[in-house]
Design a protein around this ligand. Sequence first.
Ligand SMILES: Nc1ncnc2c1ncn2[C@@H]1O[C@H](COP(=O)(O)OP(=O)(O)O)[C@@H](O)[C@H]1O
Ligand SMILES: [Mg+2]
Length: 422
Amino acid sequence: MISYARQTQEAQPEAAPPPVEEHIAPAPRVSVQAFCETVETAAAVQAAGEDRRLGKAHLKIQMGGMPAAIEAYRSAPTPNVIVLESDGRSDLLSGLDQLATVCDAGTRVVVIGRINDVMLYRELVRRGVSDYVLAPVGAIDVVRSICNLFSAPEAKAVGRIIAVVGAKGGVGASTISHNVAWAIARDLAMDAVVADLDLAFGTAGLDYNQDPPQGIADAVFSPDRVDTAFIDRLLSKCTDHLSLLAAPATLDRVYDFGTDAFDAVFDTLRSTMPCIVLDVPHQWSGWTKRALIGADDILIVAAPDLANLRNTKNLVDLLKAARPNDRPPLYCLNQVGVPKRPEIAATEFAKAIESQPVVSIPFEPQIFGSAANNGQMIAEISANHKSIEMFLQIAQRLTGRSETKKQKSSLLSPLIEKLRGK
Ligand SMILES: Nc1ncnc2c1ncn2[C@@H]1O[C@H](COP(=O)(O)OP(=O)(O)O)[C@@H](O)[C@H]1O
Ligand SMILES: [Mg+2]
């Protein structure tokens, strides 16, 4: 169905990345054929086809608009989606009528047009057009339109994947990912799962004090068995809203994975879990690169030294280039203020990376050490520690949500407010 609100938005020729609150779920393996009239639209559709969310879709683009489409499908079967660019009004409607006679059932039609008019929308809806996007379009508009055709109306449940990775080993990426996931579950009250992708050495099980008999290895080593029920059995529950897909952390097997080894696991988690936090080990391989590029949002954790700065810069540059229609990755500094250690200042990082760190977390060996050794989160050890506010800040930036829980201060507060008013 066409949503009128969307079309009346100001068209954005320079398509900005979608705001963080907007979540566009990736499209499944579908075929899409576009018939464009202008090179600008063809370029936008082409760029959309390179977006990570259309990575599984097969996209073919040709020029010629409606006449070319009608001609093409006289003899050939229609794809899952036809994208049609149209400038004129009358030939659009009669063209659609003609197209309907050659269209297979189930084929969805998206129209890109220049006319912003309610009567036209009504006519298009009546003809079963799935979406009308107002030109000029940016790549993200095309991505959004195609992806939305395949996300269920209750798409809120479709999960957002957050990948956390260290710019170097040992910088605290796992610690931060676990504490941030904990904040997402507790303070934002979102159902979240932590997937520990460091199969040999992962510490999520230790940090959450869980010792599940099975975990992520069972899923990656038998991808054809992976479905929601199967994954559900592998999850261990940490808190009300938080589950863990633990790493085996055993060395009897080696973990040389193919590039798409985790696809089935991620897709399945995404279909049921609102928030998936990937604890990505510090390594550069086909599957870690794919996990980062395919994530909805990315947090890079860096310690304040030169190697971290270089690696953060390289990661940010690569990820920005590979994800032109997404927000740039976020980064934070950790282990800041180690006594006697020369450090690179946050301002220097900001200059080189061209963005500010979300937070700078101080080096606090006492409390972080106790947390790690006791299998507890920082907030469980010290409810008012200053890093807790920072984990929450990261959680909010990554999810686009603000806090839901803390406001329920007191039953009496409305009454107190009233009395104050008097
Ligand atoms: N801000 C911090 N202050 C002190 N120690 C920290 C801090 N952050 C993490 N650590 C410690 O650093 C070590 C490495 O952390 P870890 O999360 O395993 O790093 P990574 O996943 O990046 O390899 C752990 O012992 C952890 O407790
Ligand atoms: Mg780690």
